[in-house]
Every structure is written in structure tokens, then in C-alpha cells.
Design a protein around this ligand. Sequence first.
Ligand code: C2O
Length: 553
Amino acid sequence: RVTRHYKFNIKSQSVTRLCKTKSIITVNGQFPGPRIIAREGDRLVIKVVNHVQNNVTLHWHGIRQLRSGWADGPSYITQCPIQTGQSYVYNFTIIGQRGTLWWHAHISWLRATLYGPIVILPKKHVPYPFPQPFKEVPIIFGEWWKADTETVINQGLQTGSGPNVSDAYTINGLPGPLYNCSAKDTYKLKVKPGKTYLLRLINAALNNELFFSIANHTFTVVEADAVYVKPFNTKVVLITPGQTTNVILRTKSKSPNATFVMAARPYVSGPAAFDNSTTTGLLEYETSVSSKHNKNKNKKKLPLLTPVLPKLNDTSFSMNYNKKIRSLANPKFPSANVPKTVDKNFFFTVGLGLTSCSKNQNCPGPNNTRVAAAINNVSFVQPNTALLQAHFFNKSKGVYTTDFPANPLIKFNYTGTPPSNIALSSGTKVVVLPFNTRVELVLQDTSIIGAESHPLHLHGFNFFVVGFGFGNFDPKNDPKKYNLVDPAERNTVGVPSGGWVALRFLADNPGVWFMHCHLEVHTSWGLKMAWVVTDGKRRNQKLPPPPSDLPKC
Ligand code: C2O
């Protein structure tokens, strides 16, 4: 086993985009942040030193953190923030995972600029279940605001109205030429003809699911959320915030001098306020030696081909795309060890809306606003101390309660017409799961404002997506159609707008695990909750005590 050390200095850096310079928070002055690279089975030791005024935590999105919950990172869930001048060492081992994941800040909206890829290679001498690529390239989608993002979200929280949408989407930190004042900030991927490239796609955008495509090229999807999938071809990838997707790109055998446009723009299932702009980059074929010689003679300007992306609200594309994501489920990768039977069923409604309280007084939203987001009509209130510490030291009193409802407080019936009140109460409520509980969790979208699909992310586990559909979940008939053979195994799933998704997972990881919408604005409004998984009986089923440098609140 190899131990890999990283030092992450959190510091400010001036960055110019769209003709405006602002100071952003970065790791080591880099934007996007540095890439972490490791192999399955390696230990990572990442020392984070905070040199800025803001409190910071970092999260290793999708890393299971088996019995290392102290290193998970969501602020006030597994740790108190790292304060100015302080440091914390994130120390964890990558067990049973290989593929693309990513890291990001997990406090307020700092992840707008604090993010980077995690590349986990298979163990030494273990090949990919697909041809070894000629080159591997991380491609991270993001969002850029000209204004300071902490100011943007604070306005949103105080007024209870939507925070300003971003000014641009980005590919590897660059908006591309379709935005004003951005032509020189264009991501270029230089390729050779006739080769295979593994593109490691990551959606780090704060608030938008994205379609991605490259003109005149087809991708083969081979992995989602660091789990190999049955390969399938597609011209367009759909990726929600939090998700990662590995695709193989075969370059054309003869395309000297050709350049193709790559583009990403949102998938929005409803008429929400959004930014429907497009970020573009370039796929540039290297000039072959012979054409270099004849440079002046041969160079004809070819018109750039632009990809065709689905319509903004193309939900049938989204449904069909998600249906294709299946675990390999072969003897070598028997990843589909999906729980065949269930110990505990949960039915959670997820949504947001205007609550029927009067004028922002004692309303369930953050800062008593009328806009709230909720799971099972509970809008989550962030505690002042970390839940994991409270749990570990038996000091939950006054920090959290264990009465998070297994079913919605207000009976839900999807009719297409929004109910007027979704968030009935607020509180810091958790569900306690005894070690090794086999859980089934149905997430039902309530589609109240904006009718967006919600990308729900679960920390500490991969879950199996055993079913999904439109309308109301039918507890009698829908389970009969579950896929228990090769369901997708992932850490983030889009709950379809006006529909449901059924998940199963085994609660084999003791600790406190956050679950939330990965649309940052919805998380800020309360669309989040936490699971407490108790220790098992055996020694290797218990959460070890916290490291001595765990930050204090
Ligand atoms: Cu990618 Cu809780 O986050």
C-alpha cells in the first residue's frame, strides 16, 4: 500500500474572466484546483492549511470513507470548519474504488472556486475493462460569477429569493468564446488522429445539470461515479452536479488541421430561472508532419462544426440516457451486490416551495424566509457543532434529534398542481440506522417551484438505482419492476422532475452521513438531512476516535 501526501494551501488568487478580475479562494493558487492521483488501495494524506479569512472544509466527493468519516468534510456534519491560520490533515484509504471522483469545498458556496479532480487508477497490473487509452484527460464543468459568490448566496438567503444566476459555465475553468470578453479563455484539447482518449468528465457546476457533446464525435460511456458500467455509445452525455462520467473518445483516423467544437449547456426540466448559455471548448487535431511541411499550401480554413445538444427541457432524453447506465455485473466486477431484501423502507419527498407562513416571520426557510426546501417536509437546520462529534461522544442533546420522519409529514399526491405548503417544520433531525441495515429509499420529487430534477447525493455509500419513473411512486406495483440484476451503482442520482427514484444500500459504514441536493441553492434552502449509522459489534465495524487535529467549533 502506498501513502500519497498532498499539501493544500487555501489562499486567495486574482483571476480574470469575462473581463473582470476578482480575488477567488483557491488551493495553492490554482484554478481549477490541483489533481489528486492515486491507485485503488492507496492511503491519501492531505494537509489543508487555511490562509484565508473564510472558514473552510474540503470534501472528497464519492470516496466511501469506510470507517474514516472524520475525513469526509461536510461542514458541521463530520467536522467543524478549519479556521484562519489553522490546518487539518484529511487521512483516508481508497477501498474498493477506482475511477474518477472529485474534491470540493463543503461550506457555504466556496466550492464555486475550490474544486479539482480525483483520479483513482486500478491497482498495479490490473487493466481497465476497456482498451487502455492513449491519453486520459480530466474535463471539469463549472460556473463562474463575476461577483463574489459568498455575497451572491448571502443575498439569496437573506431575501429568500433566488440568488443571481452565474455569468458563465466553464470547461476546466474557461468560459469559451460564446461569452463576451472570453475568446482567449477557451479550453483546447489537442489530439492525435486515430487514438483513444479517456475523458474524465466531472460536473462541478453549482446549480445546473449539463448536456455535453463534441461535434461529429461519439462517446462510449464506460464509467459513472467511479463504477464501471456496461459500455454504450452516445453523442451526448448528461451529467448532474456531483456526478462523474468516464467516456472513451476515438479520434478520427484522418483529420489533419480539423477543429471541432465541444459544448455544454444546461438541462432544465421546468421553467425555472436559469442561465441557458453555452460554454464551448475546442477539440484540435494535431497537424501531421507532412501537412506541417506544406503549411502554407495546404492550410484551408475549415468551418468549425458545432455539436447539436438536446433541447433545454428534453426530459425523455434524460430518462433514456439514465436507463442505459447499468453496472457491469460480471464475475470480475460483481458490483451489483444489491440488497435483494430490505430491512427498512423510507419514502422521502424532496422539493421546494413557498410555505404558507405570513411574511417571512417564523417561516421554516433559512433566516425565517418563506422559500424553503425540504425532505419529508423538514427543512434542515445546520447545527453549530459537528454532528459526528456529537454522535461519537454521546452528546447529541441540543445538537440533533433522531426523529427524522420515514414518510412525509404531509401526505403527498402528485397531481401536477403544486401543493401550497411543503416545508412544515424545520430542525436538525437525523435517521439512526443500526449497522448493516439494508435500506430502501424512494425519493419522490414534489415539483413545486421550477420543476427541476434534484441531484441527490449520499455521503459514505454507493447506492443502487433499482427503479425510477414519472408521477407518484406506487408501492404495490413499482417494486415488482425493480432491476436487482445490474442497476447503476452511484453516489449522486437525479430525482426526475415530477417523478421518483428507488435506491438500495447497505448501511455498513459507521458514522454520520450527509444526504443533500447537489444544486447548491437547494442545499442552502434546507434540502438536506443526515443518517447516523451505528457501530457494529466487531472491532473492524467501529468508527475509530477522531484525529487529534480535528478542528473545534
Ligand atoms: Cu459533492 Cu456533500 O457533496
